[in-house]
Design a protein around this ligand. Structure first.
Ligand code: ADP
Length: 508
């Protein structure tokens, strides 16, 4: 399979397409090595993960080169992926010991105090991670790192559009001499489906359509999954906001990585009193942005779209809006070179247009005037998606109050993407934006684990427990009375006779 630079059309690499048999062989090999990986524990795994971190730091420039070659991103965008992976490794490699430690919850009832209770976190043997093309190194790292830190082996299936960076990550893992618990299978949908059909847990990021197919396949096999899917993130600009910050922040939130970010700002609602001023500021700023393909020296803010198909989606959304009465106050067209599309601000838009309801994943910012906060909230929630949102206001308490009215997995007040840089928070979509979440502190590792309940006696044991054979109403009555006394309220706790009548005996 050929890999192309979308900015220039040049072929930059070739990868194999793994068949279902090849995927199965890789999973078998991972299964063989996983028990040892689990057995070395969080401290042993930390050593390897921190070596990978060093490797990422030492190879950052090369990794950014590879990433630029397959995405057409500007240098600054390409440097974010390795940096993000380094940060994430630091968090999970160092904290895995604490996050995965056995827990000894207190028994719920005095009757259970005779047992020591333990919750044990034991990894799924092989986790399949399937990733999209927008962050070819960071997307794999986001999920591969926590899964490895949890003690699972990982089979990574990167997007067929951008497989080269994922192969570099696997090369780094073997170059540092780490145990063979990370493999990559390249290929397209069929290879991805083979991964879903073989692994013990599926972590997927991509479109809602593919996510639904994967969920169905996982249900058939009864394996768990976590899905991060499409989004249509709203930004709500209130009249009391710092409009300069809102304009800069929303421009970045909508146009970073040419808008190819799952949590990019895809639609903007502005309270009427500040609408004109906000649109002027936003448009002026967007017009200043520099677009093009650079190399190691940073010269541009916005790069190419990842594929011709993606450029066509963006063109369709803008053309549809304009045909229905919207105006592009800046941008509005493909540049004519490679897959570039001009950074675009659309006004006079409404929810009858695809640009306000379907995921665009491009450098467009449709802006709509609203009467007030209530209308902004209602329109923001008028979506099948619910990944994230931002609220721009001079009053933090108001921002936090509005956050609680929005149907979205994350809300940033006076900022964009801030939740993404906080691994202590869960990142997950609501509604058709996903199932489950990544990260969220300890939960980010525990999701890759099967939870095992272990009980063991604390006190010396008798020959028989109260409930064991042969049955006796006296013994059962005693046990039920004790359960009722521990669990019920008021006089009901004391209903000893009721209990004995219930079991049909006379207290013999
Ligand atoms: P997008 O390219 O719009 O993100 P997808 O959601 O189709 O679209 O792709 C995300 C990832 O899912 C890619 O790695 C792709 O190869 C993979 N994929 C596509 N179809 C399937 C499928 N049926 N089963 C498993 N993986 C798939």
């Amino acid at each position: 399979m050929e890999v192309h630079n979308p900015a220039t059309g040049e072929e930059v690499g070739r990868v194999t397409v793994d068949s279902a048999d090849e995927v199965a062989a890789k999973v078998d090999r991972l299964r063989q090595h996983q028990p040892e990986w689990e057995a070395i524990g969080p401290a042993g795994r930390k050593r390897w993960l921190l070596k990978l971190q060093d490797w990422l730091i030492d190879n950052t420039d090369h990794l950014a080169d590879v990433l630029q070659s397959e995405t057409g991103k500007p240098r600054m965008d390409a440097l974010i992926d390795p940096g993000f992976a380094v940060d994430l490794i630091g968090y999970y490699a160092r904290r895995a010991g604490k996050f995965l430690a056995d827990e000894h919850p207190s028994p719920h009832s005095p009757l259970a105090r005779v047992k020591r209770l333990t919750t044990v976190y034991r990894p799924y043997p092989v986790v399949g991670v399937i990733t999209p093309w927008n962050f070819p190194l960071a997307m794999p790292a986001l999920d591969v790192i926590p899964a490895l830190a949890a003690g699972a082996a990982v089979l990574l299936k990167p997007s067929e559009v951008t497989p080269l960076s994922a192969l570099e990550l696997a090369r780094g893992w073997s170059e540092i001499g780490a145990p063979p618990v990370l493999s990559v299978s390249t290929g397209a949908a069929e290879t991805g489906a083979a991964v879903v059909n073989t692994v013990d847990y599926v972590q997927f990021t991509g479109s809602t359509r593919t996510g639904r197919a994967i969920a169905a396949a996982c249900a058939e096999r009864l394996v768990p999954y976590s899905l991060e899917l499409g989004g249509k993130d709203p930004a709500l600009v209130l009249a009391d906001a710092d409009l300069d910050r809102a304009a800069y922040g929303i421009a970045f939130g909508g146009l970073f990585n040419a808008g190819q970010v799952c949590i990019s700002v895809e639609r903007v609602y502005v309270e009427a009193p500040v609408y004109d001023e906000f649109v002027t500021k936003l448009t002026e700023h967007v017009r200043e942005l520099r677009q093009g393909a650079d190399g190691r020296e940073s010269r541009y803010d916005i790069g190419a779209l990842a594929s011709h198909a993606q450029r066509d989606v963006v063109t369709r959304h803008v053309d549809d809006a304009i045909a229905k009465g919207a105006r592009a106050v800046t941008g509005g067209r493909p540049t004519g070179v490679g897959t570039f599309f001009e950074p675009t601000v659309l006004v006079d838009v409404d929810h009858g247009m695809a640009c306000m309801t379907e995921e665009t994943f491009g450098p467009t910012l449709p802006v709509m005037k609203v009467a007030d906060e209530a209308e902004a909230v209602a329109l923001a929630n008028d979506s099948i998606y619910g990944l994230s949102a931002s609220v721009w206001t001079g009053d933090r308490a108001r921002g936090e109050r509005i956050a609680r009215q929005l149907d979205a997995g994350a809300v940033n007040v006076n900022d964009v993407f801030a939740n993404l840089f906080n691994f202590a928070l869960p990142m997950g979509g609501w509604q058709q934006s996903g199932v489950g979440a990544r990260w969220g502190g300890a939960e980010g590792l525990r999701k890759y684990c099967r939870k095992q309940a272990v009980t063991a006696p604390i006190l010396p044991t008798q020959q028989k427990e109260l409930f064991w054979f042969p049955y006796s109403t006296r013994k059962l009555g005693f046990a039920l009375t004790a359960m009722r006394a521990a669990g019920a309220r008021g006089l009901r706790r004391l209903g000893v006779r009721d209990v004995i009548n219930t079991v049909g005996g006379k207290g013999k």
